[in-house]
Design a protein. Structure first.
Length: 330
């Protein structure tokens, strides 16, 4: 971006003298008396005006141009070219989302799965500089989206998630291990997994704690979130008579989730409603801020030469015109 500044801006105050000079010139022109007296001027009234008449103010105008240009030269105009260089160190994040059947419980609105998707989308939109991936798990695990900065594609894939995409069950260890696989070769300064589940691990070939130890080996922080109200939660059940609701006890293996978070130097959170889940993601967003190093540069260039040339040309023209075209006889 180019900007014009003045090294000596106080010299610009001299331009105010143009106003009294203009007033004096007008007053002098109106008060000047004729040097030649005649008895009748009617003969002059029919005479045409020559080009000398129209150029009579040119000398004064050129003097004002010379004066203004010299003042600007003294003020030293400078053009400043500024630019900046940003070094962004983004964080690689994988969202590991439980999509088991229990995520259809409606202690969250409209249910746990849809509430988790909505909050995750808001989180993604707030992280434009990060690569984010998505892993889903139930009785097995699957990479729904690898690490990407194309968040529009990621959000579309997140919206397509349904609870019947995988074999039912809760394989927390497998889900976490799959997320670790997506991050282990990352060169990012920060590597984070946000693991969200509403149950106790009952399937899978890898235990949750073992997967947590693997994450720690690769310097990956694992934030764990348990979703579900305290006590009982309404769960929809299909029957020959339509959807019926039954109260199911909320069981979350908080000890294991807390252990995983602690061993990877992260935090465990319990979300009991939609608002609490939003607050948890907002806190994680604050804890895992990207680092931006911005270096600013500027280069100044003197611009007074043009005004110096203008002053010289105007002065030369004023001298030539005053001593030739508009020359007066004493």
């Amino acid at each position: 971006m180019n900007a014009v500044t003045f090294a000596n801006p106080w010299f610009l105050l001299l331009l105010l003298f143009i106003l009294p000079a203009l007033g004096w010139y007008i007053w002098k022109g109106n008060s000047k008396e004729s040097a030649l007296q005649v008895s009748d001027v009617r003969g002059f009234m029919t005479a045409g005006r020559t080009w000398r008449y129209y150029l009579r103010h040119l000398v004064f105008a050129l003097r004002m141009i010379v004066f203004s240009a010299i003042v600007i030269v003294l003020a030293r105009p400078q053009s400043t070219n500024r630019w900046s260089s940003e070094v962004t160190e983004g964080i690689d994040i994988v969202l590991a989302l439980d999509i088991s059947g229990s995520m259809l419980a409606e202690d969250f609105k409209p249910n746990r799965l849809e509430a988790s998707k909505d909050v995750a989308i808001s989180f993604i939109n707030n992280r434009p500089n990060d690569r984010i991936g998505l892993v889903i798990f139930a009785g097995e695990s699957f990479t729904q989206c690898p690490l990407t900065t194309d968040h529009a594609v990621l959000i579309n894939l997140l919206n397509e998630i349904r609870n019947d995409m995988l074999e039912d069950g809760t394989a927390i260890g497998n889900g976490l291990a799959t997320a670790v696989t997506r991050l282990k070769d990352s060169k990012a300064k920060g590597k984070v997994i946000i693991l969200l589940t509403d149950g106790v691990s009952n399937k899978g070939s890898i235990s949750p704690v073992t997967a947590g130890e693997i994450a720690r080996t690769f310097n990956i922080r694992v934030y764990t979130i348990g979703v579900g109200t305290m006590g009982m939660a309404p769960y929809p059940v299909r029957t020959p008579f339509g959807i019926q609701y039954q109260q199911m006890e909320v069981e979350i293996d908080e000890d294991v989730l807390r252990q995983i978070a602690q061993m990877t130097e992260a935090n465990y959170y319990r979300a009991t409603n939609n608002q609490k889940l939003k607050e948890i993601y907002a806190e994680i967003d604050k804890l895992e801020k990207i680092k931006i190093d911005e270096k600013r540069f500027s280069e100044k260039k003197e611009e007074y030469l043009l005004f110096g040339i203008l002053a010289g040309i105007a002065l030369l023209l004023e001298i030539i015109i005053r001593n030739t075209i508009l020359r007066t006889i004493p």
